[in-house]
Design a protein around this ligand. Structure first.
Ligand code: GTP
Ligand code: MG
Length: 203
């Protein structure tokens, strides 16, 4: 898919105030600093559409971007950032769960995990929660540029083994890097495919 336009629409802490209408929507979620905002910039080929930072906790709101005038991409705050206050954490938690429970336009979530790390309980629990709520998701492994090819394979295999302890099948997944654009076409083509299926559904 070619990205012809990418515009910031709005930031919200209240899912009820998110854009109305029926445009298909794709949300990027994962731990703080995993690379959600960087991935959005990489996918859209826009350097600073989504704000990124070396310090975890940069994205604090639900951010909607309109792509090619016909679908939304959503940047969300990270979960599990230890250094924000308990209150702030609770607020995040609340609007993230509300977003996923109430946002009917959401076609699929992309759960980002840093390819260098062993499977973390917080990510596995979040995927479990999505599964229990019937919310489709894919996994996006980030920062693949930080590992050699054989280490990438090993880490993905480890992840598969852990997931297959609770899931019948390995969820759909992508291996990406915002630094070298690995996985860009795969993720965009997947979104394109889902968008086309949605159009067919409406006829
Ligand atoms: P929060 O908004 O704080 O939850 O973080 P985020 O998940 O949006 O992460 P962000 O995109 O701000 O990136 C965090 C840090 O990781 C930044 O310093 C990025 O430059 C770096 N980073 C993100 N993606 C990659 C990647 O693919 N490769 C490398 N090497 N660094 C990356
Ligand atoms: Mg961010």
């Amino acid at each position: 898919m070619h990205i012809k336009s990418a515009e910031f629409v709005m930031s919200n802490s209240d899912v009820e105030k998110c854009p109305k209408g029926l445009l298909p929507e794709y949300a990027f979620i994962g731990r703080s600093n995993v690379g959600k905002s960087s991935l959005i910039n990489m996918l859209t080929s826009r350097k600073s559409l989504a704000k990124t930072s070396g310090r975890p906790g940069k994205t604090q709101l639900i951010n909607h971007f309109l792509i090619n005038k016909n679908w939304h991409l959503v940047d969300l705050p990270g979960y599990g950032y230890a250094r924000v206050s308990k209150n702030a954490k609770k607020t995040f938690q609340k609007f993230i769960t509300q977003y996923f429970s109430l946002r009917e336009q959401l076609v699929t979530a992309f759960v980002l995990v840093d390819i260098r790390h062993d499977p973390q309980p917080i990510d596995l629990e979040f995927m479990q929660w999505l599964g229990e709520h019937g919310i489709p998701f894919s996994i996006i492994f980030t920062k693949a540029d930080k590992l050699k090819p054989n280490a990438i394979i090993r880490h993905v295999d480890d992840y598969k083994n852990v997931l297959l302890e609770t899931w019948e099948d390995m969820p759909n997944y992508f291996i990406t890097s915002s630094s070298n654009e690995a996985g860009k076409d795969e993720v965009l083509n997947y979104i394109d495919e889902l968008n086309s299926n949605m159009e067919l559904d409406t006829f």
